[in-house]
Design a protein around this ligand. Structure first.
Ligand code: KG4
Ligand code: ZN
Length: 342
């Protein structure tokens, strides 16, 4: 099935053409990050407006790059949630209008499910696997037994990992989205320079907590006003990144041991982080676990990743009639769709 996919859940307007849920013929991402940087974070109303300006442009570019016309498209998928309602509606309405005009089926897909299945675009992944999804809004460990069959093993009780990166970056005077800048500065710093907490490291659960880490960064800055400059900034970034990565790796190892599953997928924007990729690879190596981390372009928000669940649900006969935006949409709820509802 040749699918056109549209993503607009946050501040990236993206479109892609994907064949059979596996082969990416094109993937276009228009980022609004520079616009939101001025405000220190995503402004929902601006996001919706920018999506409206960009959506038909990225769809046209995706078709052109793939070398196919809209007439060749056999189905359309759009992100239905979780995300910003106004932003989601732009992608959903565009997908529905195109599908209606061309008489092809349309399906709304879950953004987190798309992140989690993105690895399939690069290589086959056998079920079951443990998945760590780390993004701006999510830090979740799942046991994945099949497409649509997800069991939450643990999750953050407060900030998501990406949120912790971005909020700490803001405290350090770095522009939004700061995660990637912390990663860059950390490469020049000493991860042992600043002692930061490892929240919930040994609490015996698979849950995470990152809000205290951000407070620890703030406290350090109060005591060391020069810490947001020069080598001290590099050291603080390296120490912060090391703390986040240690907790993520520790809990993921625990999830693998508890479930006895020998395959791991790490996905979402924070999976672009070089320290996390390195440390997950080292852990997987010592645990004898097969690790799949998509290349960075497939970890950050993109539309190609929608091709995997989009193709799966459309091929299984699932059709979305009206598509409401779903701002909060836990993955556990996808089982209802498999059962013929949802
Ligand atoms: O998945 P994503 O692109 O959007 C959401 O679904 O939220 O994730 C965005 C998050 C942001 O918090 C961003 O700062 C973070 O991923 N991120 C990173 C890196 N690249 C993106 N965090 C740490 N290191 C990076 N290299
Ligand atoms: Zn995302």
């Amino acid at each position: 099935m040749l699918l056109l996919t549209i993503e607009s859940s946050c501040d990236e307007t993206a479109a892609a053409v994907v064949r059979d849920g596996r082969i990416v013929l094109s993937s276009i991402v228009a980022s609004q990050a520079a616009v939101h940087a001025e405000y220190g974070g995503v402004v929902p109303e601006i996001a919706s407006r920018k999506h409206m300006e960009a959506v038909s442009v990225v769809v046209d570019q995706a078709l052109e790059q793939a070398g196919v016309s809209l007439d060749a498209i056999e189905g359309v998928a759009a992100t239905q949630g979780p995300g910003l309602v106004g932003a989601l509606l732009v992608g959903i309405c565009t997908a529905r209008a195109l599908a209606w005009a061309k008489g092809v089926p349309v399906v709304g897909v879950n953004h987190i499910e798309s992140h989690l299945l993105a690895a399939f675009l690069e290589q086959p992944v056998e079920f079951p696997f443990v998945a760590l999804v780390v993004s701006g809004g999510h830090t979740h460990l799942y046991l994945v037994e099949g497409v649509g069959r997800y069991r939450t093993l643990g999750q953050t009780v407060d900030d998501a990992a990406g949120e912790a990166f971005d909020k700490s970056a803001k405290l350090l005077g770095l522009p939004y989205p700061g995660g990637v800048l912390i990663d860059r500065l950390a490469a020049e710093g000493d991860p042992a320079a600043v002692k930061l907490p490892r929240p919930l490291l040994h609490d015996g659960t698979l849950d995470f907590s990152f809000s205290g880490l951000k407070t620890a960064v703030l406290t350090h800055l109060r005591h060391h006003p020069d810490a947001a400059e020069g080598q001290a900034l590099n050291d603080l970034c390296a120490s912060f990144q090391a703390a986040v990565c240690e907790v993520l790796v520790h809990k993921t190892r625990a999830a693998l041991r508890e479930t006895g599953v020998r395959r791991l997928v790490v996905a979402g924007g924070v999976a672009c982080n070089s320290g996390l990729r390195r440390e997950m690879a080292a852990m997987a190596d010592t645990e004898g676990v097969i690790l799949h981390i998509p290349s960075p372009a497939l970890c950050a928000d993109n539309a190609a990743m929608l091709g995997v669940p989009g193709d799966f649900y459309l091929s299984a006969g699932y059709r979305s009639g009206t598509i409401d935006a779903i701002p909060t949409w836990p993955l556990d709820a996808m089982a209802a769709r498999l059962a013929g509802g949802g």
